[in-house]
Design a protein around this ligand. Structure first.
Ligand SMILES: O=C(O)C(=O)C[C@H](O)[C@H](O)COP(=O)(O)O
Length: 206
């Protein structure tokens, strides 16, 4: 499985912060019930790695990426936990090398053309564009397409369902990421119906 195949299975990748393991089972049921095939967890809570393993056991066919990867140590821990792919918000040369040698599909984060060239040099053709809206959003991705038409981007950061449609209309955007499908407040309120509803809308986007 390569990153292009994973991205082609998802127009929207929900980026999810797991507060505790108690929510995992119903959260996965809501996301998969809404038709989503790919999700990303953030490595920002203590239980994130265990949550990933628990989710994979519950839903082996769900592609689960680990996001917020900042270091080689994060890469190793995420692979040990069973991450199907790895996502970083940005990248140093050493982090790019660690992603490459991990042998797991990866989506390094970039916010500028020079960062994109650095990631391409390291062997990556699918990149996360982060933070998408704050970095200039649609016009930036349109301009980048002109100079690197073979590179795909998953814009993430400040995107909602409405903006997602505009991004997905770009030729270099196979999918977008965002927290709006399963935001912290809906998870805290255990509002699984609302999350499943958001997931249905997200999985219907093209
Ligand atoms: O931790 C990461 O790796 C991230 O991707 C940071 C944010 O969680 C996402 O960018 C979602 O951002 P919002 O959709 O604007 O809430």
């Amino acid at each position: 499985m390569n990153i292009e195949t994973i991205l082609s299975n998802a127009s929207v990748i929900p980026v999810i912060e797991i507060p505790n393991l108690d929510v995992v089972s119903e959260l996965v049921a809501a996301l998969t019930g809404g038709g989503l095939k790919v999700i990303e967890l953030t490595l920002r809570t203590d239980c994130a790695l265990e949550a990933l393993s628990t989710m994979k056991a519950q839903a082996p066919d769900l592609f689960i990426g680990m996001g917020t990867i900042l270091s080689e140590d994060d890469v190793e821990k995420s692979i040990d936990a069973g991450a199907d792919f790895l996502v970083t918000p940005g990248a140093s040369l050493s982090l790019l090398a660690a992603l490459k040698s991990a042998g797991r599909p990866a989506l390094p984060g970039v916010a500028t053309v020079s960062e994109a060239i650095t990631a391409i040099d390291a062997g990556f053709n699918a990149l996360k564009f982060f933070p998408a809206e704050a970095s200039g959003g649609l016009p930036v991705l349109k301009a980048i397409h002109a100079v690197m038409p073979n590179v795909s981007f998953c814009p993430t950061g400040g995107i909602d369902a409405k903006k997602a449609t505009d991004y997905l209309a770009l030729p270099n955007v196979p999918c977008v990421g965002g927290s709006w499908i399963a935001p912290k407040n809906l998870i805290a309120n255990q509002d699984w119906n609302a999350i499943e509803h958001n997931a249905k809308i997200a999985s219907a986007l093209k």
